[in-house]
Design a protein around this ligand. Structure first.
Ligand SMILES: Nc1ncnc2c1ncn2[C@@H]1O[C@H](COP(=O)(O)OP(=O)(O)OP(=O)(O)O)[C@@H](O)[C@H]1O
Length: 308
């Protein structure tokens, strides 16, 4: 019995000439929320399909919840996996309730829990009685999430779950993800909306042209990338020249709008630099430390991969 919810070992997936996934190793632990990021065609969906058992690896080995997800003997395992695909197509003439009942039958999940699922994803009783063809994008996505949660999955794949959702709905989506994770569900979530993943994911996996090029917590990736931290100072415009002279060109001072000057330094140097500015510098009204964003780290790992 393995400790991991999913284990991908040396997996390659070829479609004819195309290597969609190339030599990927990946583990997912119980109660972990992992974000998988990468450009269009990086291999994210292919990797999810392999872990769902919808396709089989050309090379390598996959274990999910202790078994081979593609083997016929593993259908009880597949029932404990939830999947929210990137493009959800429901039958427009079925109501929300009929749709969820249909998927519950397909999955062999008891339908008795459907009302609780509707409530959990925030679909009102009046909406459940309506035909799905009349749903807004947000309502369809809530229904899609309810479908993915049927049977209480231990492993949940969410492919671009928040695309097209308004900020409030995105937040409620991530609140549900956090709740599931706290209950021990493993969540793998793919997204291009990198900024919204910050604070949601325990780990980030970066994919590039089928390869895994980075894997770690945001803090780990930050220290690996060694990208500069930016320090933004709001101060009187008259004092900016003096500050720039004192900190030197090494801190790459940049003037921004509204009397803000931005400095850049290595993460290890930021406390010393702030101390110097605060102790013997001009009056600073406000100070903001901006860590490299996930977008910047993503771009960094792609550049590094291209250089290699
Ligand atoms: N069934 C298939 N037959 C042939 N090629 C495929 C198939 N599925 C995926 N591919 C190819 O494999 C590569 C990886 O595709 P994949 O859908 O896994 O990428 P992705 O990272 O999920 O992209 P996106 O962010 O656009 O969804 C692409 O070049 C794609 O064209």
């Amino acid at each position: 019995m393995t400790d991991f919810t999913a284990e991908v070992q040396g997996v390659t997936k070829r479609y004819g000439e195309t290597e969609a996934v190339r030599g990927v190793d990946l583990t997912l632990a119980p109660g972990e929320c992992v974000a998988m990021v990468g450009h269009n065609g990086a291999g994210k969906s292919s990797l999810i399909k392999l872990m769902l058992g919808l396709t089989t690896p050309s090379e390598g080995r996959i274990r999910v919840l202790g078994g081979d997800p593609a083997s016929a003997a593993c259908s009880p395992i597949r029932r404990r996996i939830g999947f929210l695909p990137e493009n959800v197509a429901f039958h427009p003439n079925m109501t929300g309730r009929e749709t969820l009942d249909f998927y519950a039958r397909l999955k062999g999940a008891p339908r008795g829990g459907n009302d609780a699922l509707f409530e959990r994803v925030g679909l009102e009783p009046a909406a459940i009685r309506r035909r799905v063809g009349t749903y807004s994008k947000g309502m369809r996505q809530r229904l899609a999430l309810a479908q993915a949660l049927l049977g209480g999955p231990r492993l949940l794949f969410l492919d671009e779950p928040t695309t097209g959702l308004d900020p409030a709905l995105r937040q409620s989506f991530y609140a549900i993800v956090a709740e599931l994770r706290d209950q021990g569900t493993t969540v793998l979530l793919c997204s291009h909306a990198l900024t919204e993943l910050e604070g949601q994911a325990d780990r980030v996996v970066v994919m590039n042209r089928g390869r895994k090029v980075a894997d770690g917590s945001l803090a780990t990736l930050r220290s690996l990338a060694r990208l500069p931290v930016r320090i933004r100072l709001t101060m009187p415009a008259a004092d900016i020249d003096d500050l720039v002279r004192r900190v030197g060109e090494g801190a790459a001072p940049t003037r921004l709008a509204g009397g803000v000057v931005e400095l850049a330094c290595a993460n290890d140097d930021k406390v010393g630099l702030v101390r110097r500015i605060a102790c013997d510098g001009p009056a600073v009204h406000d100070i903001e430390i901006v860590q490299p964003s996930l977008d910047e780290m993503y771009a960094h790992f792609l550049r590094r991969e291209a250089a290699e």
